[in-house]
Unconditional design. Structure first.
Length: 301
């Protein structure tokens, strides 16, 4: 294996690693390898990680970003599902990673035992170049199920980034935007040009930051997250309709809209996470309609 003496991977090294190991990037896995030292170091800097931090990287690939993270002194767990890449990744890290230990895990991030992987269970950051085809469900699952991941800094295609950080009234605002807002503060950190990837993708990428809230945006003792998100998904499933029509299947009465302070003539994209929380709470609140929480459990399943 030919590798230069630099800490990160150069473009010639990425191309040589692929050629020498007869690896063609998989379109099905959304593989676009970063081949620019400035970009990976910028991501590591914006992630704010250092010697006392624990980082999990999803889709480590050939190790470009992994090396930049290790260079900060952070303890890194690098997850890669492509069995063709894992031995190359290990060889690259053995050759170049000297600042901090890196643990390589061959696994599909969508099926990981996160509790077993993240030890200790708190204080983790996720830093990654996420494939387009898994970015949204993976981020949603981590927010829902892995509280130990407290910060996320990742690259995704612009379309995905817009959905994750959108607010009420934005064209990209949808159910996943509400979920993100429920769990985290989201922001865009900047763009990443297509020219830094091998192969070059057709669209540019965006850096996204998610900081998990100390407590969810809606009190879970008032309305359970599963109930809230089912109401949200139902509302956005027919987003062209007014809410009184979109939520008709949940038997939402005018009194419930009034109790929540939400106009039944509004559309889903106009409601903030707080609005959705009040509406879901009103739907589930026992009253003259009777047994709303029991009904909610029925349509949660």
């Amino acid at each position: 294996m030919w590798l230069g003496c630099g800490v990160t991977l150069s473009r010639p090294e990425v191309l040589r690693l692929l050629a020498d190991n007869r690896i063609s990037p998989s379109r099905a896995l959304g593989q676009n390898f970063v081949a620019d030292a400035n970009t990976v170091r910028r991501i590591a800097r914006l992630a704010g990680v250092g010697p006392s931090d624990r980082v999990v990287e999803i889709g480590a690939g050939l190790g470009s970003l992994t090396l930049a993270l290790a260079e900060t002194g952070a303890t890194v767990v690098a997850v890669e599902r492509d069995r063709r890449l894992v031995p190359v990744l290990r060889a690259v890290l053995n050759c170049k990673a000297h600042a901090a230990p890196v643990t390589v895990v061959e696994a599909d991030a969508m099926n990981l035992d996160w509790a077993a992987l993240l030890v200790p269970a708190k204080g983790w950051s996720l830093v990654a170049n996420l494939p387009y085809n898994v970015a949204t469900p993976l981020v949603a699952d981590l927010l829902d199920q892995v509280p130990g991941v407290e910060r996320m800094t990742f690259m995704v295609q612009r379309e995905v980034a817009d959905r994750l950080v959108a607010g009420p009234g934005d064209p990209a605002y949808g159910a996943v935007s509400v979920k993100v807002s429920y769990w985290a503060e989201a922001s865009l950190l900047g763009t990443v040009p297509s020219s830094v990837f091998v192969p070059k993708p057709r669209v540019g990428s965006v850096l996204v930051s998610l900081e998990r809230r100390p407590v969810p945006a809606v009190d879970p003792s008032v309305v359970a997250p599963a109930v809230l998100f089912r109401v949200v998904r139902t509302g956005f499933a027919q987003r062209r309709k007014m809410l009184r029509g979109a939520l008709a299947g949940l038997s939402v009465s005018p009194e419930m809209f009034a109790r929540a302070g939400v106009d039944g003539k509004a559309r889903a994209e106009q409601l903030s996470v707080a609005d959705w929380g009040r509406l879901a709470g009103a739907i589930c609140e026992p009253g003259e309609q009777g047994g709303r929480m029991d009904q909610a459990r029925g349509w949660m399943g």
